[in-house]
Design a protein around this ligand. Structure first.
Ligand SMILES: [Zn+2]
Length: 159
């Protein structure tokens, strides 16, 4: 059995008037995240974990933020493309585990919806997608609500 593990990390600044999308779920908040796409930092970290497991270049290389084609794009579309790229290279995603670090909003009530959205985009079962959330205990800029960050790991099997 040929298993490979990958890690991903992403951080986006918060900004008033921007949409807040995390794990494919749109939050009803008065602030969102800065970014070229929908700025879904959780999904970006997951994409990078999957790409890292296959030793492929990260999403910044695959979907450059200088390319107008990706302006405002739904990151679930990017995740679907990452999965297709892995499958084309003979990699089968096995599971994903991720941690979101956000001072607000409260994430826990939305975790089931995030897992469902990520399952739809990735083709994985919801029980193969772990999502956890924590605050940064008011420490540093994440703790002051100036940014939201995410870490992710992914396991893939090389066929
Ligand atoms: Zn990002």
């Amino acid at each position: 059995m040929n298993f490979r593990i990958g890690h991903g990390y992403d951080i986006h600044r918060t900004a008033p008037g921007r949409p807040l999308v995390l794990g494919g779920v749109r939050f009803d908040e008065d602030f969102g995240l800065e970014g070229h796409s929908d700025a879904d930092c959780l999904t970006h970290a997951i994409c990078d974990a999957l790409l890292g497991a296959a030793a492929m270049p990260d999403i910044g290389h695959l979907f450059p933020n200088t390319d107008p084609a990706y302006a405002g794009i739904d990151s679930q579309v990017l995740l679907g493309r990452v999965i297709a790229k892995l499958r084309a290279a003979g990699f089968t995603p096995v599971n994903i585990d991720a941690t979101l670090i956000a001072e607000r909003p409260k994430i826990a009530p939305h975790i089931a919806a995030m897992r469902a959205a990520l399952a739809r985009s990735s083709g994985l079962a919801p029980d193969a997608i772990g999502i956890k959330a924590t605050t940064n205990e008011t420490i540093d800029d994440i703790g002051r609500g100036l940014a939201i960050a995410a870490h992710a790991v992914a396991l893939v099997r090389k066929e």
